[in-house]
Design a protein around this ligand. Structure first.
Ligand SMILES: C[S@@+](CC[C@H](N)C(=O)[O-])C[C@H]1O[C@@H](n2cnc3c(N)ncnc32)[C@H](O)[C@@H]1O
Length: 224
């Protein structure tokens, strides 16, 4: 069983005094994460730039004390990475596969991440049960399908932050009609980690319309 590689300098910049916690998570990914098939063995050497740092940078786009749902969390990416970086975020990891959900619960408990919950469910099973201001996702589905799953989990004025590859702009164009039909009112593309990472991170941000009446029930930022 391989161990996690040593963190690069950028990891100190991104995780600060929470770097030891990030290293402990990296060790879970490189060992039992690979054993359980959550991460390919070839990913271990590039664990930091491609997975931990790439995902943790997403927290730059999230306001303090926000409730966040990570849709299709898999090995906890990006949800655990942002919770490790930011203790103020309340994160729900949504993962339908039993073995993955069990692994996530073990890792969350071992890391002592009390602000993180695991929900074993598909996104569409949670539409009446979850209402958060931010949904995050990586490598789960094309943008149109992802929007149809994620936007019903958002409060009015909420946003989906989807980590996408270098072809994000093309995907946004190709899926524009379906994304609007799913309820998005604005689409932006952000680039994170320039000057810090060999490959900066491209994030697509979709917003839902704000509540018509301030104080309407949908305004609450809670997980139910
Ligand atoms: C390719 S993995 C990506 C995992 C992780 N986000 C990452 O970037 O490493 C996709 C994950 O989405 C989950 N998934 C697939 N369909 C889903 C759905 N309808 N709702 C929630 N999760 C789903 C799968 O079980 C799987 O763990």
């Amino acid at each position: 069983m391989k161990h996690a590689p040593a963190p690069p300098l950028a990891a100190q910049t991104v995780f600060g005094d929470r770097l030891p916690l990030a290293m402990r998570y990296a060790e879970h990914l490189a060992t039992t994460g690979v054993q359980h098939g959550l991460l390919g063995p070839r990913e271990v050497p590039r664990l930091w730039p491609r997975h931990l740092l790439n995902c943790a940078l997403l927290a730059d786009l999230i306001a303090p004390d926000t409730h966040v749902a990570d849709l299709g969390s898999g090995a906890g990416l990006p949800g655990i990475a942002i919770a490790v970086r930011r203790a103020d975020l309340h994160v729900v990891l949504i993962e339908p596969l039993l073995r993955r959900a069990q692994w996530l619960r073990t890792v969350v408990a071992d890391l002592g991440l009390e602000q993180v919950q695991v929900r074993r469910a598909r996104a569409d099973e949670l539409t009446l049960d979850l209402a958060v201001p931010v949904v995050v996702a990586r490598a789960v589905a094309p943008l149109d399908r992802l929007a149809a799953w994620a936007l019903p989990l958002l409060i009015p004025g909420g946003e989906l932050l989807a980590i996408k590859g270098a072809t994000a702009a093309e995907e946004v164009e190709r899926t524009r009609r379906a994304v609007l039909a799913a309820g998005a009112v604005s689409t932006q593309i952000h680039t994170l980690g320039v000057g810090l990472m060999p490959d900066p991170v491209t994030v697509v941000r979709l917003r839902t319309p704000p509540a018509r009446f301030p104080g309407a029930p949908g305004q609450r930022s809670v997980t139910r």
